[in-house]
Ligand binder design. Structure first.
Ligand code: MG
Ligand code: ZN
Length: 214
């Protein structure tokens, strides 16, 4: 049974390559690491995710890894990368699409399958959650899932013209922006709650108040 929306929570869904992990320059373009020696976190990624986790936000990776389908990335290499990512960043989960375009799967971004699976497993309210990515595929998937989207600049420059709610220079700036936005939204919600409670008090049927004032 679906959980009522108020029981669900905000979370942060992050693309991996170009957001948390360094891209690799190969054959004239920026691509994903295929070997463990190429795998390295971007500076600031660990600190940024620690801040998000400290704010009580589940932090989840959603990543396309079509090199698996292309036979260019060994499954055991990806498993080792995932172990490092989990250990160094303390992410709650890593959702991987192992397919390529020809597979027509529901999980390869820009489709929202990975995000929807994460929302189901972690009881996320996607409308209060953020998708952070550096490519148009990430941002389109985030939008399709109903998240707020944050574009992070990366050398691949695949998201330059893609629509996003927010833009950030890197993962550190993205985390700060997310925390600021959530603080602002919860302040606005508690103001709205206060207004409702005052209205309810005014209209409550207190006989003494009614007799003496109305
Ligand atoms: Mg990326
Ligand atoms: Zn897939």
């Amino acid at each position: 049974m679906p959980m009522p929306v108020e029981r669900k929570r905000a979370g942060v869904l992050l693309d991996r390559d170009g957001v948390l992990v360094r891209l690799v320059w190969r054959a004239g373009r920026w691509v994903s690491p295929r070997r463990l020696e190429e795998f390295a976190l971007l500076p600031g990624a660990a600190a940024a995710l620690a801040q998000l986790r400290a704010a009580g936000l589940p932090v989840i990776v959603v990543t396309n890894q079509p090199d698996l389908a292309r036979g260019l990335l060994a499954p055991q290499t990806l498993a080792e990368m995932n172990r490092k990512l989990a250990a160094q960043l303390g992410v709650e989960a890593i959702y991987v699409c192992p397919h390529d375009d020809a597979d027509g799967c529901a999980c390869r971004k820009p489709r929202p399958g990975l995000l929807l699976a994460a929302a189901r497993d972690f009881a996320l309210d996607l409308s209060r959650s953020f998708l952070v990515g550096d490519s148009w595929r990430d941002l389109a998937a985030g939008r399709a899932a109903g998240c707020m989207t944050v574009r992070v600049a990366s050398p691949a420059q695949e998201a330059e013209s893609a629509w996003a709610d927010f833009s950030a220079a890197g993962i550190g700036a993205a985390a700060a922006l997310i925390l600021r936005t959530l603080r602002r939204q919860s302040a606005r919600r508690s103001t709205a709650r206060g207004t409702t409670e005052r209205a309810a008090r005014r209209s409550s049927c207190n006989p003494w108040v009614h007799r003496s004032i109305c």
